[in-house]
Design a binder for this molecule. Structure first.
Ligand code: ADP
Ligand code: MG
Length: 573
C-alpha cells in the first residue's frame, strides 16, 4: 500500500498519526454554522494559509480568532500583495488589476508593449494553481473526517482479498457527504492491493443515475466482464500459441507443461478460441432481460474471482425500475461456481429501503454505514486541504474558507456545495482581475450558484409547468399581488390557445402550482374565501427577469412572447 492515509487494516502506525482530524479541532468554539460578517476578520492577519505545512490537518484557525498561530509565515499585509505580481516583468507600468470587469477594448488598443488580447489575462495568474482539484470529477487522495467510514468499508471488504465473500454494504447519506469519493477511494485501494498480492478481486462501479434500468446495469456488467475475460483469454492464447510453435520444432518443449501431447495443446487452444467466440457482447437494447442476465452470469463466473459491485445512487435505480436488479444480483452467489459477488449500494435517500422487497432489504443491508452531514468546522478542513493544492499561496483572504464552509453547512453540510462556492469565488476573483479571493467574491458566488440552480430547475420543467409559471410571471409583471389560482388559470388558458398547447383542467393546473411551490419557484399559501371555498394565493420566489428569459429560450413554448400583448390587453381593459 502506498502511503495513502487510510490503510484498510487499522494497524498501520502511520494511520494513527496521520489520520484526519476528528473532532479534535479546538479552535473557533461555537463558530459552527455562523456566517462570519464582513468585519469578523482582521485584514492584517491574512497569512494563515501556512504554506510550509505539508499536510495541514491542523490548519490554523482561519477565522482569525487565533492570534498566535501565524509563525513562519510572511507578515506582509494583504494590500501589499497587489504589487508582487510586477516582478515577473510583464508589465512595468502599474495596472489596477482589482478593477472589476475586463476592458477588452482597452487591453487591445492601449497596448504600447505589444501585448495581445490574452497576455494581460494570462500575466501573473495570481489565483489558481490547479483549478481541476476543485471540480467534482477530482477524486481526492485524502478525505478528512471520513476515516471511520472508510475504515469500516475496508474492514468489511478485506475478506475479498482473502478470497471470501464480503458482506453486502449499504451506505446512506445526503448529497455531498463524501459517499462517492470515499467509495472510489476504497475501491482503488482494494484493487491496487489485490494486484499487489495477485488475488483475483475486482471492483465494478456503476452510477445508477446514468445506468438506470435493470437491462442497462446487467448489460454494463456483462460487457465489462466479457472484455476482461477476453483479455485474459488473449494473454493465455498468446502463450499457448508460442508454446505450440516451439513444440512443432522441438517436441520436448511440452515436457515441463501440463500438456501430454501436441494434440492436447491444440485442443486447449481451440477451446479458448471457442470461448472467446462465444462471448457475445450485449447490445444496448433489444435482448430479453434473462438473456442479458445469463450472459452476465456466465461472464462473471468464467474464472475464480471476488467481485464487488458498487451501485452508486442506487435509490435512483429502485425509484425508476424497482428492485428486480437487486433481487437478481443478491441471489446470484448461491448459483455461481467459480466467482462470488458482493454488493455495495450507495443511497442519498435514507428511506429508500422502505420500497424494497424484504428479502432484498435484509440481504442488501447486511452492513450499513451512515455518512452524516459535515459541520462547518469539518467543511473548513476539507476546503483547506483542497485550497492548499488548488490555489496559489496567499491567494485567499482568511475569511474565504470559513464563509464557504458556513454557507455550505447551512446547505445540509454539503461538501460539494462548499467546493463549488470556493471554486466559483476564485473564478469571480480571477475574472475581475483581483489579486486575492475575498469575502465579497464568496457572497457573489453564493448568489450565482443559487441563481444557476433556479435556472436549471426552470429550464428542465415540463412544458405545461412552464406555461403555468409564465402565467404567474405575467400577472406579477402587471402588478397583481396575491395571485390566485383562478387568475393563473385564466391567463394559462389564454397562453395555451395562443401557442396551440393542450389546455389542462384547473385541477391539474393547481397540482402543477403545488409542484412549483415544492421546487421553491413560487410561494403558495392556501387561503379560505369563506363560503366561496378555498383558493391558493401565490407569488414568485425567484428573480423574475432571469426566470422569464429561461422560459422564453424554450423553443417548445413557441412564440409565447407574442402572446403577451393579448394577455396584457386583458389588464388594460
Ligand atoms: P456524495 O457522493 O455523498 O454526494 P461526494 O463524494 O461526491 O458526495 O462528495 C462531494 C464533493 O465533496 C466531491 O468533490 C468530494 O471530492 C468532496 N468531498 C466530500 N467529502 C470529502 C472529504 N471528507 N474530504 C475531501 N473532499 C471531500
Ligand atoms: Mg455521490
Amino acid at each position: 500500500m502506498d502511503e495513502g492515509e487510510h490503510a484498510p487494516n487499522g494497524t498501520d502506525p502511520g494511520d494513527a498519526d496521520e489520520s484526519p482530524v476528528l473532532d479534535t479541532d479546538p479552535v473557533a468554539p461555537g463558530a459552527d454554522d455562523q456566517i462570519p460578517r464582513d468585519d469578523a476578520v482582521d485584514a492584517s492577519d491574512s497569512n494563515a494559509s501556512d504554506s510550509n505545512a505539508s499536510d495541514s490537518n491542523a490548519s490554523t484557525d482561519p477565522t482569525g480568532v487565533d492570534s498566535t498561530g501565524t509563525e513562519g509565515s510572511a507578515t506582509e499585509p494583504t494590500d501589499t500583495t497587489v504589487t508582487t505580481d510586477s516582478e515577473d516583468g510583464v508589465e512595468a507600468r502599474s495596472r489596477d488589476r482589482s478593477s472589476p470587469g475586463v476592458d477588452f477594448d482597452g487591453v487591445v488598443l492601449d497596448d504600447e508593449d505589444n501585448q495581445g488580447l490574452f497576455d494581460d489575462l494570462l500575466a501573473g495568474e495570481p489565483i489558481f494553481e490547479n483549478k481541476e482539484v476543485l471540480r467534482p470529477s477530482y477524486t481526492p487522495h485524502e478525505l478528512p473526517h471520513r476515516t471511520d467510514q472508510i475504515n469500516r468499508m475496508a474492514t468489511i471488504l478485506v475478506s475479498a482479498l482473502r478470497g471470501e465473500t464480503p458482506s453486502n454494504i449499504l451506505i446512506y447519506g445526503k448529497t455531498g457527504t463524501g459517499k462517492t469519493a470515499s467509495a472510489k477511494f476504497v475501491s482503488q485501494e482494494l484493487e491496487s492491493t489485490s494486484k499487489k498480492y495477485d488475488v483475483p478481486c475486482e471492483v465494478e462501479y456503476i452510477n445508477c443515475e446514468v445506468t438506470d434500468t435493470q437491462y442497462r446495469v446487467l448489460a454494463q456488467l456483462a460487457n465489462t466482464f466479457i472484455e476482461k475475460n477476453q483479455a485474459v483469454i488473449d494473454r493465455r492464447l498468446d502463450r499457448l500459441r508460442e508454446l505450440a510453435s516451439s513444440a512443432s520444432d522441438d517436441p520436448t518443449a511440452l515436457e515441463s507443461t501440463r500438456f501430454a501431447s501436441p494434440e492436447e495443446l491444440t485442443a486447449t487452444i481451440e477451446q479458448l478460441e471457442a470461448d472467446a467466440e462465444e462471448m457475445e457482447p450485449v447490445p444496448m437494447t433489444g435482448w430479453p432481460t434473462d438473456r442479458v442476465y445469463t450472459t452476465f452470469f456466465d461472464a462473471v463466473d468464467y474464472h475464480e474471482r471476488v467481485v464487488v459491485i458498487m451501485l452508486d445512487e442506487i435509490d435512483k435505480l429502485v425509484e425508476k425500475s424497482g428492485d428486480d436488479t437487486l433481487y437478481n444480483l443478491s441471489r446470484m452467489n448461491s448459483e455461481l461456481d467459480n466467482s462470488r459477488i458482493s454488493i455495495m449500494g450507495i443511497s442519498n435517500d435514507l428511506k429508500f429501503t422502505d420500497f424494497l422487497d424484504p428479502r432484498v432489504k435484509s440481504s442488501l443491508g447486511e452492513e450499513e454505514i451512515v455518512f452524516p452531514p459535515y459541520d462547518a468546522n469539518q467543511l473548513r478542513d476539507i476546503l483547506q486541504h483542497r485550497a492548499d493544492i488548488s490555489f496559489k499561496t496567499d491567494a485567499l483572504t482568511d475569511d474565504v474558507i470559513p464563509l464557504c464552509a458556513a454557507f455550505a453547512a447551512q446547505e445540509h453540510g454539503d461538501a460539494r456545495r462548499a467546493l463549488d462556492l470556493l471554486r466559483t469565488a476564485g473564478e469571480l476573483a480571477e475574472r475581475s482581475q483581483a489579486e486575492v479571493v475575498a469575502e465579497s467574491h464568496v457572497r457573489q458566488a453564493q448568489d450565482k450558484i443559487e441563481l444557476d440552480r433556479v435556472v436549471e430547475v426552470v429550464r428542465t420543467l415540463p412544458t405545461q409547468s412552464k406555461i403555468v409559471l409564465f402565467a404567474v410571471i405575467l400577472l406579477e409583471k402587471n402588478g397583481v399581488h396575491n395571485i390566485n389560482t383562478g387568475e393563473v388559470f385564466n391567463i394559462y388558458k389564454r397562453l395555451c390557445e395562443e401557442i396551440d398547447a393542450d389546455v389542462l383542467t384547473q385541477r391539474r393546473v393547481t397540482d402543477l402550482i403545488s409542484e412549483l411551490d415544492m421546487l421553491g419557484i413560487v410561494n403558495a399559501v392556501v387561503v379560505s374565501k369563506g363560503r366561496y371555498g378555498r383558493t391558493k394565493e401565490m407569488g414568485l420566489s425567484v428573480p423574475i427577469e432571469e426566470t422569464e428569459a429561461v422560459l422564453l429560450s424554450d423553443s417548445r413554448l413557441g412564440d409565447i412572447e407574442n402572446a403577451q400583448p393579448f394577455v396584457q390587453a386583458r389588464f388594460d381593459n
